[in-house]
Design a protein around this ligand. Structure first.
Ligand SMILES: C[S@@+](CC[C@H](N)C(=O)[O-])C[C@H]1O[C@@H](n2cnc3c(N)ncnc32)[C@H](O)[C@@H]1O
Length: 204
């Protein structure tokens, strides 16, 4: 990793992902979580104050040391204990069926081998367990999709590999998760970045 990805990008992500206005949506995204949770792409820990009461522990997977350091206050204030126990969602160092739930917010866009990461999540989450997601991705409108395709190469360069065109429902379903409920909507701001999908899936 270069200096930009290592030192600058985590701080930019913290600014963009940490907007107060997102908290209501984050609360809704976290609502289906129960028991032991694995969160991939933990970032600066913006979900940490928002997990519901039924969450008993959180295992954070996060490659950026800077992001993890900047999460410290939120981690120590969280009601459930949070431990960082991995750097890469594509290879999880846990036995099968370790967790009750999984969480990803704004991370499925960035993981290079997304099918591998979603398969790993299924492996480590109990059968019947839940995967809650809140992500940006491919827009519902063809015109916006065209712009997303045009802008994606730039976004990947400045955003640490962040894709604009991933279809969240499709990739989650293709990995064998059964979507229980999901909503897609535009957030305020540019539609290319603000085509959000929030929902949860069950591990069959
Ligand atoms: C846009 S940020 C979102 C952070 C956080 N989930 C949030 O909602 O604020 C994407 C995060 O995914 C992390 N990430 C990138 N590649 C990853 C990988 N292979 N496995 C797990 N996390 C990864 C990045 O370091 C970054 O913290």
């Amino acid at each position: 990793m270069g200096w930009y990805e290592d030192q600058v990008l985590p701080r930019i992500i913290e600014k963009t992902c940490g907007m107060e206005a997102m908290n209501k949506l984050r609360v809704a995204a976290c609502e289906p979580l129960t028991g032991s949770v694995i969160e991939i792409g933990f970032g600066s820990g913006f979900n940490a104050p928002l997990y519901p009461d039924g969450v008993t522990s959180v295992t954070a997977i996060e490659p950026s040391d800077v992001a993890w350091q900047r999460a410290a206050t939120r981690v120590s204030a969280a009601a459930a204990p949070i431990t960082r126990a991995g750097l890469d969602g594509q290879r999880l160092d846990f036995p099968d069926n370790t967790f009750d739930s999984a969480l990803s917010t704004f991370t499925l866009c960035t993981i290079p081998d997304l099918p591998a990461a979603l398969a790993e999540l299924r492996r480590v989450v109990n059968p019947g367990g839940t995967f809650a997601f809140f992500e940006h991705g491919s827009a519902p409108d063809a015109k916006v999709q065209r712009w997303q395709r045009r802008l994606e190469p730039i976004q990947k360069r400045v955003g640490g590999g962040c894709h604009l065109t991933r279809n969240v429902r499709e990739v989650v379903t293709a990995a064998g998760w059964e979507i229980v409920g999901a909503d897609s909507f535009y957030a305020k701001g540019p539609k290319t970045l603000g085509a959000f999908t929030m929902g949860y899936a069950r591990n069959p």
